[in-house]
Design a binder for this molecule. Structure first.
Ligand SMILES: Nc1ncnc2c1ncn2[C@@H]1O[C@H](COP(=O)(O)OP(=O)(O)OP(=O)(O)O)[C@@H](O)[C@H]1O
Ligand SMILES: Nc1ccn([C@@H]2O[C@H](COP(=O)(O)O)[C@@H](O)[C@H]2O)c(=O)n1
Length: 227
């Protein structure tokens, strides 16, 4: 595991250059158990640093809604807390990145298993600049998921237990893989420390190298509340 931090910190000493559909892209994977707060913190990062947030789960749910031929299969996998075949998810992520005018992406909830990881790297030739790992206890994640109230078919206790099992068996090995490459920045999550973490996160970002200089100016303005 790389440097352990107690805040949702972003460290990118070197931004890896990847090409996608002719454009150079920066990709950060955001991983963690179900309900660990990935989506919530991605929204904070987007707000301050102009990344585009791509949630694999949201893309799959949109695919179900679109009436796609894969819709029923995806819905069944989600209800069972299982991982959808890589080719389906990678196609959705690739399409979203190519369609976007941005070149910096937070990819949330992907790669979910070794197959996801290897297939993405083979197909897109993209390596993440780093991986943010939200480390949260199952007790806390369960509490959050049961209180989320967004009408998700998988936020019930039976599916939540299955999702935890999938996370431990299939997703943790992905984090270990990137950890062995020193690419993982672990965020220790704690409900009571929420505000403190967010402040530390902003301070950390403020001094991070890849955000020099215009991003830092924007962050300073955001913190000071000036336009
Ligand atoms: N630090 C926090 N303290 C308390 N509640 C939180 C915190 N962060 C997020 N939450 C709440 O927990 C729930 C789950 O958060 P979020 O949707 O961000 O998790 P996630 O990791 O993206 O989940 P999933 O993988 O299931 O999509 C939401 O209702 C959110 O408002
Ligand atoms: N790479 C992925 C990501 C998600 N899924 C399926 O979607 C469900 C919900 O994902 P969230 O990230 O929104 O929690 C997840 O439990 C999987 O069933 C997937 O298959 N592959």
């Amino acid at each position: 595991m790389g440097t352990v931090v107690d805040a949702p910190a972003v460290v990118a000493e070197e931004v890896t250059e990847n090409m996608l559909g002719g454009k150079k892209v920066t990709v950060v994977f955001v991983l963690g158990g179900p309900g660990s707060g990935k989506g919530t913190q991605c929204a904070n990062i987007v707000e301050h640093f102009g990344f585009t947030h791509l949630s694999a789960g949201d893309l799959l749910r949109a695919e179900i809604k679109s009436g796609s031929e894969n819709g029923t299969m995806i819905e069944n996998m989600i209800k069972e807390g299982k991982i959808v075949p890589s080719e389906v998810t990678i196609k959705l992520l690739q399409e979203a990145m190519i369609k976007s005018e941005n070149d910096k992406f937070l990819i949330d909830g992907f790669p979910r298993n070794e197959e996801n990881r290897a297939a993405f790297e083979n197909v897109t030739k993209i390596s993440p600049a780093f991986v943010l790992f939200f480390d949260c206890s199952e007790e806390e994640m369960e509490r959050r998921l049961l209180g989320r109230n967004q009408g998700r078919v998988d936020d019930n206790i039976e599916t939540i237990k299955k999702r935890f099992k999938t996370f431990v068996e299939s997703s943790l090995p992905v984090i270990e893989h990137y950890s062995s490459k020193d690419k993982v920045k672990k965020v220790l999550v704690n409900y009571l420390a929420r505000l403190m973490l967010q402040n530390q996160f902003l301070r950390f970002l403020k001094t991070s190298k890849p955000f020099l200089p215009h991003m830092r100016q924007r962050l300073n303005r955001a913190i000071q509340g000036t336009p």
